[in-house]
Design a protein around this ligand. Structure first.
Ligand code: SF4
Length: 200
C-alpha cells in the first residue's frame, strides 16, 4: 500500500495527515496541537486503548474526561465529551482516496466526530487502510463490526459466522454509518496513521 499517496490524498482533502512508525512518535506530534487546559474526550476506540493513549496523556498532565477521571458513567461521559475541546477517536476503515468510515450503535462516536469539539484526531493503524471506498465499507461491515460484536459479547449472527448477516437483532451494533470525506466545517481534523496493526 502506498501510504505516502494516502497522506497526499488526505492533505488535498483538507485533513492534517501524518504517518508514524510508532505510537510514541504519534503522541509527541499530537501533544504539539493540544493545550493542557483543553478538555479531551475519547470516542470509544480500541486503537487508543491498545496504545494506552488516555494514560499517556494523563501522565503528561492533559485534561482527559473518562469515567475514571470523573466518576461518571459511560453515557454521562459520552454526553460531556460532545462538548469537549478535542475529540480523539479512530475509524473502522479508511480508503486510499481519503474517506473515513465509522459504524456506531450508540451514536456518541458519530456525534463527537461530526459536531461539537473543534479539534478532531483520528488515530488508526495501517490495517484499516483499503484501496477503494467499496473495500473500506466492506471492511467496516464485515471485519470491524463482527469483531466488535464478539468483543462486546453481543448475541448477533456475525459472532458465529464471522461476517455481517445484516441482522435484525436487538443486539445489533450497526445502527448508524458515518463517512467523513472532508473535514467538517469549523473542525480542524488530524488523521494520524501508525504503521502497525491496531484496533479492530
Ligand atoms: S448488522 Fe448485525 S450481523 Fe451485521 S455486523 Fe452488525 S450486528 Fe453483526
Amino acid at each position: 500500500m502506498n501510504y505516502e499517496k494516502l497522506i497526499e490524498n488526505l492533505t488535498n482533502r483538507g485533513f492534517i495527515a501524518k504517518i508514524f512508525d510508532d505510537e510514541n512518535q504519534m503522541v509527541e506530534e499530537m501533544k504539539k496541537h493540544i493545550e493542557k487546559t483543553e478538555s479531551i474526550g475519547f470516542g470509544g476506540s480500541m486503537t487508543a486503548a491498545e496504545i494506552n493513549l488516555t494514560d499517556k496523556l494523563l501522565e503528561e498532565g492533559y485534561t482527559v474526561t473518562t469515567s475514571k477521571t470523573t466518576g461518571l458513567d459511560y453515557i454521562e461521559v459520552a454526553r460531556k465529551n460532545l462538548n469537549a475541546d478535542v475529540y480523539v477517536t479512530s475509524a473502522n476503515a479508511i480508503s486510499m482516496e481519503g474517506s473515513l468510515i465509522n459504524i456506531d450503535g450508540t451514536g456518541n462516536r458519530i456525534g463527537g466526530t461530526c459536531f461539537g469539539p473543534e479539534k478532531l484526531f483520528y488515530v488508526l493503524g495501517t490495517n484499516k487502510v483499503e484501496e477503494t471506498f467499496e473495500k473500506a465499507l466492506w471492511r467496516a461491515r464485515n471485519i470491524a463490526a463482527p469483531l466488535n460484536c464478539k468483543r462486546l459479547l453481543r448475541n448477533t449472527p456475525c459472532v458465529k459466522t464471522g461476517k455481517c448477516e445484516d441482522c435484525n437483532s436487538p443486539d445489533r451494533i450497526c445502527r448508524g454509518f458515518l463517512v467523513v470525506e472532508r473535514p467538517l466545517t469549523r473542525k480542524t481534523t488530524y488523521v494520524y496513521i501508525i504503521k502497525k496493526s491496531l484496533g479492530l
